[in-house]
Write a protein of this length. Structure first.
Length: 510
C-alpha cells in the first residue's frame, strides 16, 4: 500500500476480534433461518391449517422481503451507521421470530416471515460491511473473512440439523424461538464492543426513486422465479413478473446513472473485480440451493432418513466448508490472487456435483454422497472466503454497506433462481421417466414404488448436471473477470492500487 494510503488508513480497532464473535453469531442466525424453517414446515402447516397452495409463502414471504429490501438496508446502514443498523436489525429479527413462534394462523405466520426478511435485509449488509471497515490489515482480514465465509457457506446445513432436532424432539415453534437468544446475545455484545471507524458514514439524502425501483424490481424477479416453480415458466403471471422486473431494474440503472446521490453507485457494480464476485457467487449459489433441496428429499423420501439423520448427513459438507474457508482460503488469500482460489474452488465443487450425477436409488452414502459433499464443501469454502472479502475490498468506506448488500442480493436472487430452475428441470425429467415407464408405474406394489423412486432420482440427476455446468461457468467468470492481485501485492490491479484509487474518491459530505 502507498504511504499516502497508509497514513490515511484508520488505526486498527482493538476490540475488532470481540466484535467478530457477535457479527459471526448474527450471520449464523440469519443463514440458519434460511433452512431451519424448511424442516419444520410440514408440522407448522398441519398445526396452522395452511393449505398446500399457500405453504410455499412461508418460504417466499421471507425471500421476497429479504431479497427486495437488501439494497435499501445496505444504504440505510451506510447512512445511519452500521452498528445502529446491526443492533436494530437484530432486535427486529428477534421480535419477528417471537411472532412466528407464537403464530396462531396463516396470516400471522406469513406476516412474521415477511418481517424477518425485512429486518434480515437490514442486518445482513450491516454485518458484512462492519467487517469490511473494521479489518484493514490483509492477513487479519483474511482470517476474519475466513470465519465469516465458513458460516455463510455452512450455516444452511447446520440449520437442517438444528431444524431436525427441534422439530423431532421439541416443537416446530422452537425453530423460530431459537433465534431470540442468538439475537439478544449478539445485540448486547455488539452494542458494547463495536466501535465504527470515524468518517465512514454516507449522509447523502436517500435516493427514494432508486429504493422504489430496486425493491419492486427485485421482488418481481424473486416472485417470478418462485411462481415458475409451481405454475410453470409459460404462466401469464410468471412472464409478466419477469418483464416487469426487467423494465424496473433497467429504469433503476438509468436513475442511478443520473441522480446525485444514488442508492447503488454504479462504480460499486461496474468495477470488474466486484462485478465478477457478484456474478460468480450468484451463479454458484444457484447450484448450492438446488443441491440442498434435492439431497434433503433424496435422503428423507428415497432413503427414508429421519429429519435428524438427514441433518447429520450434511455434516461432511459443513466440515469441508469450514476447512476450505479457514485452512485453505484464509491461509492462501494473502499469497495468491483471489481468482486462483475462486476459479479452482468452484471447479472442485463442480467435481463433487459431478459425482452426484451418478445418484441411483440404491447409492451408498459412504461411497458416493460423502465424498461428493466433502469436495463440494472444500471447493465452496475455498471460493466463498476470498469472494466475501473481495466484494468489499477497496470500496469507498461510505459505500461499504451497499457493496455488502450486493453480495447478499446476488446470493438471495441466486437462491430463488436455483430453487425454481433446478426444481423445474428435475420435475420435467421425473415426468418424462414416468411417461416412458407408465405401464410399470401403474402396476402398483413394490415394483411401482421402485419406479416412482427411480423417477425422482432421475429428475435429481438431470438437474444436478445443470448445476455442474453452472459451477463451471462460475469458475470461468471468476478466472476471466477477477484480475486483482493478492492483498498487499503490487501490480497493475493489486488491492493496494485499488485502495489508493478509491481514497482519491471524495467521501460524500458528512
Amino acid at each position: 500500500m502507498s504511504k499516502t494510503a497508509a497514513s490515511l488508513a484508520p488505526a486498527a480497532d482493538p476490540s475488532r476480534w470481540k466484535a467478530l464473535v457477535f457479527i459471526a453469531l448474527a450471520q449464523l442466525m440469519v443463514v440458519l433461518d434460511a433452512t431451519i424453517v424448511n424442516i419444520a414446515l410440514p408440522s407448522a402447516q398441519t398445526d396452522l391449517g395452511i393449505s398446500d397452495g399457500n405453504r410455499q409463502w412461508v418460504i417466499t414471504a421471507y425471500a421476497l422481503a429479504f431479497g427486495g429490501l437488501l439494497l435499501f438496508g445496505g444504504r440505510i446502514a451506510d447512512k445511519w451507521g452500521r452498528k445502529n443498523a446491526f443492533v436494530v436489525g437484530l432486535i427486529g429479527f428477534a421480535l419477528a421470530s417471537a411472532l412466528g413462534g407464537a403464530a396462531n394462523g396463516e396470516a400471522m405466520m406469513l406476516g412474521a416471515r415477511a418481517l424477518q426478511g425485512a429486518f434480515g435485509a437490514l442486518l445482513a449488509p450491516a454485518a458484512l460491511s462492519l467487517l469490511a471497515v473494521m479489518f484493514t490489515d490483509a492477513k487479519e482480514r483474511a482470517k476474519a473473512f475466513g470465519i465469516y465465509g465458513a458460516i455463510a457457506g455452512g450455516g444452511g446445513a447446520v440449520g437442517l440439523i438444528l431444524g431436525g432436532f427441534l422439530t423431532e424432539y421439541l416443537n416446530w415453534r422452537w425453530t423460530f424461538f431459537v433465534n431470540i437468544p442468538f439475537a439478544i446475545v449478539a445485540a448486547v455484545g455488539a452494542w458494547m464492543v463495536i466501535r465504527e471507524p470515524a468518517g465512514s458514514r454516507n449522509r447523502a439524502p436517500l435516493d427514494i426513486p432508486g429504493v422504489v425501483l430496486s425493491t419492486t424490481g427485485l421482488v418481481a424477479l424473486v416472485y417470478g422465479f418462485t411462481r415458475a416453480e409451481s405454475a410453470g415458466w409459460s404462466d401469464a403471471l410468471t412472464v409478466t413478473m419477469f418483464v416487469a422486473s426487467a423494465l424496473l431494474l433497467a429504469a433503476f440503472v438509468l436513475v442511478e446513472s443520473k441522480v446525485k446521490s444514488p442508492l447503488l453507485p454504479l462504480r460499486v457494480l461496474l468495477e470488474r473485480n466486484r462485478g465478477g464476485v457478484y456474478l460468480s457467487l450468484g451463479l454458484a449459489v444457484i447450484s448450492m440451493f438446488g443441491l440442498f433441496l434435492f439431497l434433503t428429499y433424496y435422503l428423507q423420501v428415497v432413503k427414508g432418513f429421519s429429519p435428524v439423520k438427514t441433518g447429520f448427513a450434511f455434516l461432511p459438507m459443513i466440515a469441508g466448508m469450514i476447512t476450505g474457508s479457514t485452512q485453505i482460503g484464509a491461509r492462501l488469500m494473502t499469497r495468491v490472487p483471489p481468482r486462483l482460489l475462486m476459479g479452482p474452488g468452484f471447479l472442485v465443487a463442480a467435481l463433487g456435483m459431478l459425482l452426484l450425477t451418478q445418484l441411483e436409488v440404491g447409492s451408498s452414502y459412504p461411497a458416493l454422497i460423502l465424498p461428493a459433499q466433502l469436495l463440494l464443501g472444500l471447493g465452496m469454502g475455498t471460493a466463498f472466503m476470498p469472494a466475501m472479502s473481495l466484494a468489499t475490498h477497496g470500496v469507498n468506506p461510505a459505500d461499504a454497506g451497499v457493496a455488502s448488500a450486493m453480495v447478499n442480493t446476488s446470493q438471495q436472487v441466486g437462491g430463488a433462481i436455483g430453487t425454481a430452475l433446478l426444481n423445474t428441470i428435475a420435475a420435467s425429467a421425473t415426468t418424462a421417466y414416468l411417461t416412458d415407464h407408465a405401464a410399470e408405474a401403474a402396476a402398483g406394489g413394490p415394483a411401482g414404488q421402485l419406479i416412482q423412486a427411480q423417477a425422482m432420482v432421475e429428475g435429481y440427476a438431470s438437474a444436478i448436471w445443470w448445476a455442474v455446468g453452472i459451477l463451471v461457468a462460475s469458475s470461468a467468470i471468476a478466472l476471466v473477470l477477477i484480475n486483482t492481485g493478492r492483498p498487499g501485492a503490487g501490480g497493475p490491479v493489486a488491492s493496494g492500487s485499488v485502495e489508493d484509487a478509491e481514497l482519491k474518491v471524495p467521501v460524500i459530505a458528512h
